[in-house]
Design a protein around this ligand. Structure first.
Ligand SMILES: NC(=O)c1ccc[n+]([C@@H]2O[C@H](COP(=O)([O-])OP(=O)(O)OC[C@H]3O[C@@H](n4cnc5c(N)ncnc54)[C@H](O)[C@@H]3O)[C@@H](O)[C@H]2O)c1
Length: 430
């Protein structure tokens, strides 16, 4: 967002403001009618927002963001989706290559709505171009990416909100505050219920549609034969691009588990995971569909992650439990619902009641949003470690301080992945 005081004539300022904001001059005259020395509080003072990755979620985020700023550019490497988004948000600036979009001076904020194998590359490039970022979860494809991203975001003083919007929902915060304030006694176990993923295939190769740049889409991964089952929405069922439900819903629920446990900037020290259900089908989806993982934190709390429990997070303590999900909250004792916290002595958690609104506010005041890059990185680290343990079918030990796997070279190698050229970091000039 531009921060400027006006040294030009009022009329010429209004003319250029009207042009930049794509509003008629009469509107600018009414809206921007401010004394010359003031910072304008006008349509033109709203941040310019760009969407990279115009799928269902990206466009949903962008619609919400449009209440806070001006949508000025869109980017997708699927031409059909690009055109649909341009029409929806009434923008002329359309890009296939996000690097070109990032050159636009009128873009202050980027919404990253690509699949996760592109998140880090887009987010680092956006940060290096001076943009603030609302990035969809899962924040990264690997833990190595997360470590790099944290460094870049902090070095550049970028405001980055991770799209783990459950943090801005009152019932999740309340459940975590109950736990953090000992209202269920001493926390013993966290039961994380995730949906079951699909176990389908094999999928026959298909001709690449002329509207999609399949090589670019695959980016650092592959190369693989094209099937539409590897792209829009379905990408999440492939280990190449994602981690199935363990990372998809895992990103959301691990985030709340860590918040309630007070370990948002850390993680468990041990993961013991197994894949369940039907074995993988050759030529079919490659992410685990059913799973059971027992993890342990250094504070003695255990965490069970399973597709056999209701989708949500159940905090189990010595004196009760609280179960929280998107539909609401259940309590072991009805009086827990009535708990009123005392600001002077209880632990109160970051209060955000609107995830995008909180981000935009932080873009203005340069403070940390409710789901920072570190928090998002640590939440998805838990999910990545679950995936690694399930894929290997054995226990792994994790050092959350050094962020390394202990005594298992094969597992350690899975903290990063080979990046296919030219889509390694040199693609964004690193
Ligand atoms: N916060 C939530 O509750 C929530 C819900 C759904 C999805 N998501 C997340 O949002 C992201 C997108 O999910 P979706 O379901 O909308 O996926 P999608 O497949 O429908 O959309 C992704 C879009 O990104 C485009 N794309 C891929 N690589 C690109 C690149 N390098 N540059 C530009 N565009 C690129 C694709 O062509 C596609 O149009 C995922 O990471 C997903 O986990 C979050």
């Amino acid at each position: 967002m531009k921060r400027f005081s006006i040294k030009v004539s009022r009329r010429s300022f209004l003319k250029s403001a009207a042009a930049m904001a794509a509003v008629p001059l009469w509107y600018a005259e009414e809206t921007f009618a401010l004394p010359q020395t003031q910072t304008p509080k006008s349509a033109n003072d709203k941040p310019g927002i760009a969407l990279i990755g115009c799928g269902g979620q990206g466009r949903g985020d962008c619609s919400i963001a449009s209440h806070f700023g001006n949508i000025v550019a869109v980017c997708d490497l699927d031409e059909n989706r690009l055109n649909q988004a341009a029409e929806q948000f009434k923008v002329k600036n359309k890009f296939k290559d996000f690097r070109k979009l990032l050159e636009c001076k009128d873009v202050d904020i980027v919404i990253t709505g690509t699949p996760e194998h592109w998140h880090t590359m887009v987010n680092i490039a956006a940060s290096n171009a001076g943009k603030d970022i609302y990035s969809e979860k899962p924040l990264t494809l690997t833990i190595a990416e997360g470590k790099k991203l944290v460094e870049v975001i902090r070095k550049n003083k970028t405001i980055l909100q991770v799209g783990s919007q459950q943090r801005s929902e009152q019932n999740f915060r309340f459940a975590c505050e109950l736990v953090r304030n000992g209202r269920i006694g001493k926390l013993k176990n966290i039961l994380v219920g995730l949906p079951t993923g699909p176990r389908e295939g094999p999928f026959a190769p298909e001709p690449v549609p002329d509207y999609l740049d399949w090589d670019f889409y695959q980016g650092q991964t592959g190369p693989r034969d094209y099937t539409h089952k590897r792209t829009h929405y379905e990408f999440r069922w492939w280990y190449d691009y994602s981690g199935g439900q363990l990372t998809d819903w895992g990103a959301h629920h691990n985030d709340i588990a860590q918040w309630g446990n007070g370990t948002e900037l850390s993680g468990p020290v041990e993961f013991d995971g197994r894949a369940l259900g039907k074995p993988m089908i050759e030529g079919g989806y490659t992410a685990a569909a059913e799973f059971h993982i027992e993890a342990k934190y250094a504070n003695g709390v255990t965490m069970t992650t399973t597709n056999k429990a209701p989708c949500g997070i159940r905090f189990e303590g010595t004196e009760g439990w609280v179960y929280v999900e998107r539909g609401g909250t259940k309590y072991s004792h009805p009086e827990l619902e009535e708990v009123k916290f005392d600001d002077s002595k209880d632990i109160r958690l970051y209060r955000s009641n609107h995830h995008m609104g909180n981000f935009i506010e932080c873009v203005k005041n340069r403070k940390d949003p409710v789901c920072t890059v570190e928090i998002g990185h640590r939440s998805i680290s838990v999910a990545h470690l679950n995936v690694i343990s399930v894929r290997l079918g054995r226990k792994i030990k994790w050092d959350p301080v050094a962020e390394t796997i202990i005594g298992d070279k094969e597992a350690e190698a899975m903290l990063s992945r080979p990046m296919r050229k030219p889509y390694n970091y040199s693609f964004i000039g690193l």
